[in-house]
Design a binder for this molecule. Structure first.
Ligand code: LLP
Length: 381
């Protein structure tokens, strides 16, 4: 969090609230931490975390590639000029159009099931996603490597799928694993990488091991990197990684204004942002640090409630705040990943503007929507 309360107040004053505020210095700092830990491993940013074109261009200029999981994400990658070995095409249910676009861009595919061997465009480069059948320490909805999850092929199937790829004239680059998101315990990664490493006897050497992303913000990145490198070395492979949240979460803050307060047995601060701007607390029980941007005496314990007509529309619980008054500003941190990306127009709420602070200058990188923007596709149809 390198932007100051004063800078947050300035941005809110100038661009209104709710507002997503990004800090380029923080984005660069996160990228530097990833590079310090993972060395020369190739990084593919999982753009689902935040697909804003300006952020993509920022990362593209710094040599980062992109992991894409939809036609729309591929279109974004192409739009900013990414191509070839800077793009991964992933997803459990790729469409014919996504294979075709991936091939046009010269992208590498991540196979999620054996049948895809016959669906890939001719002479594709592909990795095989393996499900290591592990329970990991994160919310159930964020765990992707558990037995019975919809992702990847089983450990038993993986060597056969690599063979099938080669037999079909594709380049079988290697293996891919991604066990989930917001995982803080490095041991979960260690366990997954060991399970993949055990496949070495059946696969022989490989060109690439893609260790995915999923690193929680407090995770021991160097520990994870050490284990990932060791697993790659088992195969004599280059290491690739796919950070999403880790790169952008701390670079983003959601600014919201107090509308009023209410005491009903619990104390509520009612604010102008909610589940439509930050779904994670409601969807995953995620907690985001919140700081009040005012100074006043008197503290009490408050829940932060959004404007939606849904009881679950709470952004935080049990915050200690000094006497909130209408117009006061709150900064909701770690909102750069899966904040704007998962925002919605529910209740015909226009999406907030997004602004970037870079080298002392504020730039609007996405305009605030209007109600007309929302219903445009419903008129003159
Ligand atoms: N690679 C693959 C194959 C993935 O599926 C994902 C995320 C990533 C990389 C990046 O994971 P990250 O480093 O961001 O944890 N909406 C949820 C997160 C869903 C993540 C889906 N896959 C949230 O708000 O926490």
């Amino acid at each position: 969090m390198s932007l100051s309360p004063e800078q947050f107040r300035t941005a809110a004053q100038q661009y209104g609230t709710p507002l997503y505020v990004y800090d380029a210095a923080e984005l660069d700092a996160a990228l530097a931490r990833v590079r310090a830990a993972f060395g020369d491993a190739r990084a593919y940013y999982a753009m689902k975390a935040n697909p804003n074109l300006t952020l993509l261009r920022h990362l593209h200029a710094r040599g980062v590639g992109f992991e894409c999981v939809s036609a729309g994400e591929l279109a974004r990658a192409a739009h900013i000029g990414a191509a070839g070995d800077r793009i991964l095409v992933n997803g459990p249910a790729k469409t014919p159009g996504e294979y075709a676009t991936g091939a046009e861009l010269g992208a590498t595919f991540i196979l999620d099931r054996e049948e895809e061997v016959t669906l890939l465009p001719p002479a594709s480069r592909a990795l095989v996603r393996v499900n290591p059948a592990l329970n990991v320490s994160t919310h159930d909805h964020l765990a992707t490597g558990a037995a019975g999850s919809k992702f990847g092929v089983t450990l038993e199937q993986a060597p056969r799928v690599l063979d099938a790829l080669r037999a079909a004239g594709h380049t079988a680059l290697g293996l891919h694993v991604h066990i989930g998101s917001a995982i803080r315990d490095a041991h979960d990664f260690t366990a997954a990488f060991h399970r993949l490493g055990d496949l070495r006897a059946h696969t022989g050497p490989l060109d690439v091991l893609d260790a995915g992303g999923g690193w929680g913000l407090g995770a021991d990145l160097h520990g994870i990197a050490r284990e990932a490198r060791a697993a790659a070395a088992t195969f004599g492979a280059h290491l690739w990684v796919e950070p999403g949240r880790y790169l952008v979460a701390q670079a983003g803050t959601l600014l919201t204004r107090v509308v009023g307060t209410k005491r009903t047995g619990r104390n509520f601060v009612l604010v102008d942002a909610g589940m439509t701007e930050l779904l994670r607390p409601m969807l995953y029980g995620a907690t985001h640090p919140v700081t009040p941007l005012w100074d006043r005496g008197g503290t009490d314990t408050w829940d932060l409630a959004g404007p939606a007509c849904e009881s679950g529309d709470l952004l935080a619980r049990d915050l200690t705040l000094p006497d909130p008054q209408p117009g006061d500003l709150l900064a909701i941190h770690e909102a750069g990943a899966y904040g704007a990306a998962m925002s919605s127009n529910y209740l015909t709420r226009p999406r907030p503007a997004e602004v970037l602070h870079d080298a002392g200058t504020w730039t609007v990188i996405r305009q605030r929507e209007t109600p007309q923007d929302i219903w445009r596709m419903e008129e003159n149809v």
